[in-house]
Design a protein around this ligand. Structure first.
Ligand SMILES: CC(C)(COP(=O)(O)OP(=O)(O)OC[C@H]1O[C@@H](n2cnc3c(N)ncnc32)[C@H](O)[C@@H]1OP(=O)(O)O)[C@@H](O)C(=O)NCCC(=O)NCCS
Length: 250
């Protein structure tokens, strides 16, 4: 795996926290068997979730994103993609089982890495770090869809976005939205906790939100605790490509 970009935001002499980011495009064509059989490297929860997605394109995206996550984490943990086990931490808002995803049964000798994942269109973004992290990637929305979301943002964010021409509006809205979702995932609380309660035109208290270079028409951001000085390495290729679907037996 050759890194495509490395950068740091640390002042000289600071301890650096390594952050690995993958921004990966799903290969063209069908990646799931046409008969709907789920790949055997998905766990029971993932298979249930896959089966609940109505659109074939959504199922393809979901499967690729989960392969990408398993491939990256398997490579970091020294196991196969199928061997990575997941759990959900309790939601910090209500205690329900829909908080940050985490690794189940990590190697007792080592700390399990923190991670976060996002999918949008045919792109998947994954962040792996020692520190708590949240990542989000979004394609630029239409001006009509921005108009629909605008009233739900923090009043200062609405003001910040106001009066821009459409091309700047969709880009800056997508940037702001990825900052919000990155925070929603870093804290594990989900979007409701950040929608109109948190002004993300600046840095939120206790957190550092950073923008990533994303392919044209997309924006991406990640969030880490403010105490963390990151050294970011960005990759465009997965450790292992997604396996071809098994041919359907007659
Ligand atoms: C979590 C959330 C921000 C994800 O955003 P999204 O636009 O749906 O989708 P993305 O592709 O960017 O990210 C999805 C990934 O985020 C991760 N994720 C889901 N919930 C998460 C949480 N609470 N914290 C951190 N990461 C989370 C998962 O890896 C998920 O992947 P999967 O859906 O394929 O399993 C959004 O779905 C949300 O706010 N959900 C509400 C959570 C909730 O129920 N809160 C109730 C509070 S009481």
């Amino acid at each position: 795996m050759t890194p495509d970009l490395t950068w740091s935001d640390a002042p000289p002499g600071e301890v650096l926290d390594p952050v690995s980011i993958w921004i990966v495009r799903a290969p063209a064509g069908q990646r799931l068997p046409p008969d709907g059989t789920p790949p055997d490297w998905l766990d029971e929860n993932e298979r249930r979730r896959l089966a609940s997605i109505p659109q074939p394109a959504g199922r393809e995206t979901y499967a690729f994103a989960h392969w990408a996550l398993r491939s990256v984490l398997g490579s970091s943990l020294g196991c196969s993609p199928a061997g990575v086990g997941f759990l959900r931490q309790p939601c910090p808002g209500c205690g329900g089982a829909h908080g940050r995803p985490a690794i189940r049964d990590p190697d007792p000798a080592g700390e399990a890495p923190e991670f976060s994942m996002s999918h949008s269109g045919d792109l998947v973004a994954i962040a792996v770090a020692e520190a708590t992290i949240g990542i989000d990637i979004e394609s630029w929305p239409t001006p009509e869809s921005v108009a629909g979301y605008l009233p739900f943002l923090h009043p200062r964010e609405q003001q910040w976005l106001g009066g821009r021409p459409d091309d700047e509006l969709v880009r800056d809205f997508a940037r702001l939205w990825t900052r919000k979702e990155a925070m929603a995932k870093a804290t594990g609380q989900g979007m409701a906790a950040v929608m109109n309660r948190l002004d993300l035109t600046g840095q939120p208290l206790g957190w550092r939100v950073r923008q990533l270079l994303a392919p044209p028409g997309y924006e991406a951001s990640f969030a880490v605790p403010a105490s963390v000085h990151v050294e970011v390495t960005v990759y465009e290729d997965l450790p292992q490509p997604m396996p071809e679907p098994e041919p359907v037996r007659a």
